[in-house]
Unconditional design. Structure first.
Length: 270
């Protein structure tokens, strides 16, 4: 594994854990370029505080959590309000559904275990886990993950749940020059691979490429000289929606596993 990325340049589209991934890529003989295609804004605003007050005063029957980072952000805000214990009690007193291993780990460190979890890291897998339960008339808190979740929200409404959405943070686009630099490196095939760690990264990049008339050029590059790497199914789905057909994805949704899988792919090809 030590030289599986020898001579390979990997653009990292995600800002989180970029230093760790860059070190792993270097250890495997490659070169990492930090090319953030998203930002994250934590919404420690009055609206979120009001939602937490309502949540803890009127605990739901079900709490559906979609990210560990979102749960951490909720507890951070609750702590600043002095109601962290109330939030803990509200969670403990409700049925909990969780998507993704990071969410499960965030619950575990607070002594909580989900009653339902996805079977594959995806929203579809989470819906499969929830399907056997009767949610009609149940009060449900849905913690979003930086973007709307229309499919999950629509399914919950279809089965008769009373849904309230809570958004602790929002994904924002990076500076336009960052997207321009990454897009140019892809279309001119100056990078060998791009590692995407969340769906918004491809969404922002594809929207920018479409806006400047270079979406097809980007897709052509991904079909030929540049490899698209996704950390998990939700990210891979965003790549597919943008038109990317060749996608490398690890079996386990881990950032390190994503880079290792890229190394395996290249080793098998050579």
């Amino acid at each position: 594994m030590a030289d599986q990325l020898a001579g390979i340049t990997v653009a990292l589209a995600g800002p989180r854990k970029s230093e760790e991934l860059a070190k792993l890529i270097s250890n495997m003989g490659g070169t990492a370029l930090l090319r953030p295609a998203q930002g994250t804004v934590f919404l420690d605003d009055e609206e979120l505080r009001q939602e937490l007050e309502l949540w803890t005063a009127n605990p739901p029957d079900w709490t559906i959590l979609t990210t560990g980072m979102g749960l951490d952000a909720l507890f951070m805000t609750a702590g600043s309000m002095g109601i962290e214990e109330r939030l803990q009690d509200a969670l403990a007193g409700s049925m909990i559904a969780a998507r993704g291993y990071k969410t499960v780990n965030a619950l575990k460190k607070r002594g909580l275990v989900p009653d339902v979890r996805d079977d594959d890291g995806s929203t579809t897998g989470l819906i499969r886990g929830l399907a056997p339960f009767d949610l009609r008339g149940k009060k449900v808190i849905l913690q979003l993950h930086g973007d709307p979740a229309p499919r999950l929200n629509a399914w919950l409404e279809e089965v008769g749940a009373e849904v309230r959405q809570v958004l602790p943070y929002r994904h924002t686009p990076p500076k336009q020059e960052e997207l321009e630099r990454l897009l140019t490196e892809i279309t001119e095939e100056k990078v060998d691979a791009v590692a995407f760690t969340s769906a918004p990264q491809m969404r922002f990049l594809a929207e920018y490429a479409l806006g400047c008339g270079r979406l097809q050029a980007m897709l052509h590059a991904f079909e030929n000289g540049v490899l698209a790497v996704a950390v998990g199914r939700i990210t891979a789905d965003a790549l597919k929606e943008a038109g990317v057909k060749r996608i490398i994805m690890p079996e386990q949704e881990r950032m390190g596993s994503m880079i290792v899988e890229l190394g395996r792919y290249l080793a098998a090809r050579s």
